[in-house]
Design a protein around this ligand. Structure first.
Ligand code: GLU
Length: 327
């Protein structure tokens, strides 16, 4: 192929830049070894400012039992309502989740689709609402982006290990609880860390915008908290020894521990974390519909099958959380 002179010059400059810098291009073949002393991504865990006031419990303001939701009116094709009609007219359910959360929502390397306990529960909702578990679109959300996505209606629902709290219920509505998680601690095996009481003066990795961060700041104010964008990043900084421990829900920690046999969950539960599907405020017909799907999967064996498929690292399949209703 022949290039006009100007274009050839640009191609050569770009090629030289792509291979490093111009002087390196003429150097003898590189014998440099990679610099393993520098951690790969995430470059640095960021300390939480400890002079900011310790947040109150996420369950203030009080709302009674935050897991009480709206009674289902049925989840089949006959169910109608303004929000579910609009989703049917669009033909796809928009679901916010984390696409890198082992066990809950991650890309299956064989099929290329996003699977996991949260992703597959979203598929069951699409199955009831649109007649097919595949009529959904996933939008990747960080932990701190969940409430905003619901307030701005950029998704129909959030299925991302989201704890139902009174504080969050001021911004969004929730389905009934579909999983009971518990906040615990992940540390390296034989680290001497046996629970939250041992974290005084230690560095703990937590993702911002989570109940996990608030609980740790209240329960162990003597820990140095470092934050990174995702829980998967917390595993990396633990492996790099930038931190001594990670603390969040046992369900998420089990997903990290499954990727590193040198880590282990330690200590008892420091907080109960009931997961719910987050739904924008005012979308009550969708809340009732989702609660209908959750009722169906609790009763027809789907919930137990999904738990068996993804969550047995947490122990044998328990009974699903019983729904509790406000009306
Ligand atoms: N369950 C906790 C929360 O909702 C942590 C889960 C997460 O970051 O995805 O804040």
């Amino acid at each position: 192929m022949r290039f006009p002179r100007g274009i050839l010059y640009v191609v050569l400059v770009v090629a030289a830049l792509a291979s490093g810098c111009a002087s390196e291009a003429s150097a003898p073949p590189a014998t440099r070894t990679p610099d393993y002393t520098r951690p790969p991504l995430p470059a640095k865990a960021v300390p939480v400012l400890t002079d900011s006031p310790v947040p109150p419990s996420p369950d203030t303001p009080e709302c009674g039992d935050p897991t009480r939701s709206l009674r289902p009116t049925g989840s089949g094709a006959a169910a109608r309502g303004p929000v579910i009609d609009a989703i049917r007219a669009r033909g796809r359910l928009l679901v916010g989740l984390d696409t890198g959360s082992n066990l809950f929502s991650y890309r299956d390397p064989l099929s290329g689709s996003v699977v996991g306990f949260d992703a597959d529960i979203a598929r069951e909702i699409a199955r009831d609402l649109l007649g097919s578990p595949d009529l959904l679109e996933f939008r990747s959300l960080g932990s701190a982006e969940r409430e905003g996505a619901l307030e701005n209606h950029t998704v129909d629902l959030v299925a991302k290990t989201m704890t139902i709290t009174c504080e969050r219920r001021q911004l969004a509505t929730f389905s009934t609880s579909y999983l009971q998680a518990n906040q615990r601690v992940l540390a390296m095996k034989n680290s001497g860390i046996g629970g939250v009481g041992d974290l005084a003066g230690k560095r703990v990795c937590i993702v911002p915008g989570t109940t996990s961060l608030d609980h740790m700041r209240r329960l162990q104010p003597a820990a140095t908290i470092l934050t990174v964008p995702t829980w998967a990043d917390c595993l990396v900084v633990l492996q790099q020894r930038q931190v001594d421990a990670v603390s969040t829900d046992d369900a998420l920690l089990a997903g990290l521990a499954a990727q590193d046999p040198y880590t282990e969950l330690v200590g008892p539960s420091i907080s109960a974390e009931p997961y719910g599907i987050g739904i924008p405020k005012g979308h009550d017909d969708l809340v009732r519909f989702v609660n209908g799907t959750l009722d169906r999967i609790r009763n027809d064996g789907t919930w137990a099958r999904l738990y068996q498929q993804y969550l047995t690292a947490l122990g044998p399949v328990p009974a699903p959380p019983a729904p509790s209703y406000q009306d």
